[in-house]
Design a protein around this ligand. Structure first.
Ligand code: HDE
Length: 716
């Protein structure tokens, strides 16, 4: 992960400039020129290793309280931590830009951020698993946050979404119960970074509204290959207001250019141990290697008159608006092109509020969203203090002028003796709402009537139609993964009532699913479904639907496995081809450092390659594909090495693309040992053999064909 290390020490100046970058630059200290240590009050420090003390020079005596330099160092250290987020505590992200293609959304909104194609809006995104603490691993099975901050001239817009389009609960008041059940159990703080425990499954088993979301989290969506390969969803129903004063319901979608891809569970488990920071490194690596991740941005829009024309309530966050019913209109795109300089001030102090929207956007009566609008602001006060919006990463790029004052850590100096309104100068006056840019925020005026009562809408009572729709829409391999995920999780619940209740609940989704899971975990295997399967399918719910238009290996991590005696020309050519295709390439050898090629061994000087890692230092799970060149001695050495053999077996088991040439093929045969995998050398020049994602050839001349065959489709 050399690239990641470089990222950490890169010069502050390597940035593209925009309003937010310039703003952050004002507070970013370029530490490349060392000016020597000082205290926080600026006094130069003579010694940072020895506390001022009484000593005869030979023996250490008592420390002196007088040493303000040492005291400051400890005080600062003692206060380094702030409360971690109650959910989504672990996260990572980057800076980027958002733009719309044209003004097509102006039919629905007057917000320039969504309609003005001349704008390049600075954005910041934080991705985050939800359950674990700040130190939990990256590749746990969980929903991922997809929180976006748009720095617009009209103010900040926070779109605090997830990589899954629905949520566990319908009403915000259930959130504390849900999060208590989700998080590690109170008596032992177990488990960390996963939902495989009694309390989670107890709660969701008794809250059938969560069934749809639970299916999504148990599906491949719960273990993404990369933050760069996740879809994003605003989840809640927001509103748009156009310049005619009409209101529309809207859901927001983010679709990754690289397609939606996942790990397989065995990989995810291993990566958690091998490299708990896999996702954050992956994001930085792509940006640093010149492959900034990109998403298109889409909206689903429902006119007010159609609000009640669906068999689900469009304000219910446990339901999707199937794309087959309400198409996603792609209106723009965004890219993440700048890594953070320091994690704490940027990623830890960034604070999102669903209530932060800009004129032209508004809120629906979605009962989850309404509660979120209260909760996020409140939580930021707890985490960061009342002046959290003054922090560099959170402050808007447009002017702020109001009569809010003081509070802990107020860092603004308002040169204004009038801190109230009205005042004799009419300073800080309200700006009338105006459905054009530059006007005051426009509240959509609507008549609201009803009876004050604690209820939910009638359509909110139906919980299984869409869970069934989701299950029906999965491809067979996705269904297999889902069944195994349920089986893994429920096997970790040791309270019989919990796994029996949940397997009972699964009868409402699909009989086969319920039966297989129940048999695996000792639950109640049903004879009949709780309700007939409606048989409907929505292809857009399968992640296979979101493959990139053309297969690509851009940004994928390819390992070249070598031992002494490898074919130098093949390795160099493959490296070149991979670089052209924008893949990252890593040499894995018996040791880090010099590995001798076939030619070097036979006396040609300079034919060595430095391995980036040794077989044990990095494992196949951290790579997307493997190439093994030819070379009799190298192949023989690989065969004798158990760890090298495991590399291939494991990668094959994880359905990775594997390619080999000449004697490298013999090594694959030795490692894979499956008769049905066709690994025969093709004697014809220019021909390759492919089977189960394994590509082999006897001849160097078809190397490029082998390289091209590293394509990435659906996982199995
Ligand atoms: Fe959150 N959620 N949430 N949530 N959520 C938080 O806010 C909350 C919900 C989501 O990277 C907290 O700043 C309530 C849905 C993300 O900083 C907190 C309800 C969705 C993040 C909070 C929900 C989310 C949070 C904790 C139900 C998907 C991380 C720290 C009414 C659309 C943002 C914080 C980041 C964080 C409350 C439901 C996504 C406590 C009350 C639905 C991505 O305020």
């Amino acid at each position: 992960m050399a690239a990641f290390a470089q990222a950490a020490t890169k010069a502050v100046s390597k940035v593209t400039y925009d309003a937010k970058t310039s703003d952050l630059k004002n507070v970013t200290v370029d530490c490349s020129g060392d000016t020597g240590l000082t205290t926080d009050h600026g006094v130069k420090i003579p010694d940072t290793d020895n506390w001022l003390k009484i000593s005869d020079g030979e023996h250490s005596g008592p420390l002196l309280l007088e040493d303000q330099i040492s005291r400051e160092k400890l005080h600062r250290f003692d206060h380094e931590r702030i409360p971690e987020r109650v959910v989504h505590a672990r996260g990572f992200g980057a800076h980027g830009h958002f733009k719309v293609y044209d003004d097509s959304a102006s039919k629905f909104t007057f917000a320039p951020v969504l309609t003005d194609s001349t704008r390049n809006t600075p954005i910041f995104i934080r991705f985050s698993p939800a359950q674990g603490s700040r130190g939990s691993p990256d590749t746990v099975r969980d929903v991922r946050g997809f929180a976006m901050k748009f720095y617009t001239p009209e103010g900040i817009w926070d779109l605090v979404g997830n990589d899954i389009p629905v949520f566990f609960i319908q009403d915000a008041v259930k959130f504390p119960d849900f999060v208590h059940a989700l998080k590690p159990e109170p008596h032992n703080e177990v488990p960390q970074g996963q939902t495989a425990h009694n309390n989670f499954w107890d709660f969701v088993g008794l809250m059938p509204e969560s069934a749809h979301m639970v299916c999504w989290v148990m599906s491949d969506r719960g273990i993404p290959r990369s933050y760069r390969m996740m879809q994003g969803f605003g989840v809640n129903t927001f509103t748009l207001i156009n310049d005619q004063g009409e209101q529309f319901f809207v859901k927001f979608h983010m679709i990754p250019e690289l397609g939606v891809h996942s790990l397989v569970w065995d990989e995810a488990l291993k990566i958690n141990g091998e490299d708990p920071d896999f996702h954050r490194k992956d994001l930085n690596e792509a940006i640093e290697n010149g492959c900034p991740p990109k998403w298109t941005f889409g909206i689903q829009v429902i006119e007010e008159k159609d609000e009640h024309n669906f068999d689900f309530d469009i304000l219910d966050a446990t339901k999707v608006w199937p794309e087959e019913l309400v198409p996603v209109q792609i209106i723009g795109e965004f890219v993440l092109d700048r890594t953070v300089d320091e994690v704490f001030p940027e990623l830890e102090q960034v604070a999102f509020c669903t209530s932060h929207v800009v004129p032209g956007l508004g809120f629906s009566d979605d009962p989850l969203l309404q509660g979120r609008n209260f909760s996020y602001f409140d939580t930021q006060i707890n985490r960061l203090g009342i002046n959290w919006e003054q922090l560099p990463i959170n402050r808007p790029t447009c002017p702020i002028f109001n009569h809010n004052r003081d509070g802990a850590m107020d860092s603004r100096i308002n040169a204004n003796e009038l801190n109230y309104y009205p005042n004799r100068e009419n300073r800080g006056h309200p700006i009338a709402p105006n459905r054009t840019s530059g006007g005051g925020y426009v509240d959509f005026q609507e008549k609201v009537q009803g009876i004050k009562q604690r209820v939910r809408g009638a359509k909110f009572q139906e919980h299984f139609n869409q869970a069934q729709l989701f299950y029906n829409s999965l491809k067979p391999h996705e269904k297999g993964h889902l069944i195994r995920a349920f089986s893994f999780e429920l096997d970790h619940c040791d309270d019989e009532r919990v796994y029996k209740t949940y397997t009972e609940l699964l009868r409402n989704i699909d009989l086969d699913l319920a039966k297989t899971v129940a048999e695996n975990v000792g639950g109640i295997a049903p004879e009949s479904p709780a309700r007939p399967n409606h048989g409907k399918i929505a292809p857009s719910l399968s992640q296979d639907y979101f493959m990139p238009p053309a297969p690509t290996i851009a940004t994928r991590r390819v390992a070249i496995l070598i031992a002494d005696g490898f074919n130098y020309a093949e390795v160099q050519t493959m490296r070149g081809l991979l670089a052209m295709a924008k893949a990252t390439c890593w040499i894995i050898g018996p040791r880090r450092g010099e590995v001798k090629s076939e030619s070097q061994i036979s006396g040609v000087e300079g034919m060595t390659i430095n391995a980036d890692h040794h077989y044990e230092g990095q494992r196949s799970t951290l790579f997307d594909a493997i190439f093994v060149p030819s070379g009799p001695k190298h192949a023989e050495a690989l065969m004798k090495n158990g760890r090298a053999t495991h590399w291939i077996r494991e990668a094959f088991g994880h359905c990775k693309a594997i390619s080999a040439i000449g004697e490298g093929v013999a090594f694959l045969k030795h490692a894979i040992q499956l008769p049905e995998v066709d690994l025969e050398l093709n004697p014809d020049v220019g021909k390759v053999s492919t089977s189960y994602g394994v590509v082999t050839t006897g001849k160097y001349s078809v190397l490029s064909a082998a390289a091209e065959t590293f394509t990435f489709g659906p996982n199995d």
